[in-house]
Design a protein around this ligand. Structure first.
Ligand SMILES: NC(=O)C1=CN([C@@H]2O[C@H](COP(=O)(O)OP(=O)(O)OC[C@H]3O[C@@H](n4cnc5c(N)ncnc54)[C@H](O)[C@@H]3O)[C@@H](O)[C@H]2O)C=CC1
Ligand SMILES: CC(C)=CCC[C@@H](C)[C@H]1CC[C@H]2C3=C(CC[C@]12C)[C@@]1(C)CCC(=O)C[C@@H]1CC3
Length: 352
């Protein structure tokens, strides 16, 4: 029988490596001396020493070409949470992740680190200092959450010491930082349309917004601590700034920092949630005729009006996690308005 030569543990692939988080992860891995292959449906940048492979993760043959000589895979690809296409979410997050697992096993990959989401336990009601043992949402609030739950279960259940295939899931929440395509852009777009005048609820709800460097740090620590004898095998880990902030303070600081007015008038949470639900039903019914994208989806309203912050004590205990960038507040924006650039400058020492 031919024996397979194990690739170096510093050879890895990042599926979804062209995305926001993926690119930050790739850059940090390169800094740490890893040799990195990116697999993504699109190539959006170039980094010396990184190889790019364009392909769909639902195609096993495409994946096998990249995974054949890596020992570690990070899977951080997903359709954008705001897209409302159930078929796409199922195809990529569920069927595609099944294909990723099979391809990893067939190629002899030893470790798979999944980017899951803390939203897998969020049902639209308060979560305060939530630990990883909270049950998965029984009534997931949208297709994104529904398929992230299935995806996480698939990856964690595939963990097998006998098969020499170890898995772990990282659950970040509300990631922000340089090149964020979602949080700040959607917020600014909503403000430009004059729709950020209202505070949903009493405005005191605490949430986690997590700086992208911390999320990257959590992923790399998880990969490096994932061994057959470690407690990480087949487990999920919250990664946060360990510094929850009032949702509406964060929003206001970003908006005021960028020259917009802070939201001022309060609206009752249940009223706004009810309207968002009604709009969602109407857009669903009208979809065969016209495709409308409401700004205030039930998911966004729920995130804006409830507490949702999580404990990262399991990550501290099992992998020695500590936020690498925690003192940051969004008010400290750069000259160009890129709030993420300020936090990055703290790391690099550059002026922004
Ligand atoms: N941004 C956030 O606040 C949070 C994100 N997450 C998770 O983090 C991960 C990364 O998210 P972001 O970087 O924010 O998103 P992103 O949209 O910037 O990156 C996702 C990447 O996946 C790629 N991709 C999508 N479908 C693919 C396919 N079929 N085959 C190959 N590549 C494909 C996209 O081209 C993109 O480059 C996702 O799994 C997301 O669920 C979890 C919690 C919070
Ligand atoms: C009320 C309103 C329109 C606020 C604008 C900001 C929102 C776009 C963000 C506030 C919390 C964010 C968030 C996510 C996306 C962007 C927000 C809704 C996620 C859903 C992204 C994917 C995840 O896994 C969880 C995130 C939770 C927080």
């Amino acid at each position: 029988m031919a024996t397979r030569i194990r690739p170096s543990s510093k050879r890895c692939a990042v599926i979804g490596g062209s995305g926001f988080l993926g690119r930050h992860l790739v850059e940090r891995l390169v800094e740490k001396g890893y040799s990195v292959a990116v697999f993504d449906i699109a190539q959006r940048y170039e980094v010396s020493g990184v190889t790019f492979h364009q392909g769909d993760l639902c195609n096993k043959q495409d994946l096998l070409k990249v995974l054949k000589d890596v020992s570690l895979v990070f899977h951080c690809a997903s359709p954008a949470p705001g897209c409302n296409d159930r078929n796409l979410f199922w195809r990529v997050n569920v069927e595609g992740t099944r294909t990723v697992i099979q391809a990893c096993q067939q190629a002899g990959v030893q470790k798979l680190v999944l980017t899951s989401s803390a939203s897998v336990v969020f049902e639209g009601t308060d979560i305060m200092n939530g630990k990883e043992d909270l049950p998965y949402a029984k009534r997931p609030i949208d297709y994104y959450t529904e398929t992230k739950i299935k995806q996480e279960k698939l990856v964690l259940e595939a963990c097998s010491k006998e098969k020499d295939f170890l898995t772990v899931a990282i659950r970040p929440h509300g990631i922000f930082g340089p090149r964020d395509p979602q949080l700040v852009p959607i917020l600014v777009d909503t403000a430009r349309k004059g729709k950020m005048k209202f505070i949903i609820g009493d405005g005191t709800n605490l949430v986690d917004f997590t700086y992208v460097d911390n999320v990257v740090h959590g992923h790399i620590l998880a990969a490096e601590h994932l061994r057959p004898d470690s407690p990480l095998c087949g487990k999920a880990y919250h990664i946060t700034n360990d510094d929850p902030i009032r949702f509406w303070d964060f929003m206001s600081q970003v908006l005021v920092g960028l020259g917009y007015d802070a939201p001022r008038y309060h609206l009752p949470y249940s009223l706004v949630y009810g309207i968002a639900m009604l709009l969602w039903i109407i857009t669903f019914l009208l979809r065969p005729v016209v495709n409308i994208k409401p700004t205030f989806t039930p998911m966004r309203v729920a995130l804006a009006g409830t507490h949702h912050y999580y404990s990262c004590s399991r990550a501290k205990q099992d992998m020695g996690y500590q936020p690498v960038s925690s003192a940051y507040r969004p008010l400290d924006r750069g000259k160009n308005g890129d709030i993420g650039a300020v936090a990055q400058s703290r790391r690099t020492g550059e002026e922004v």
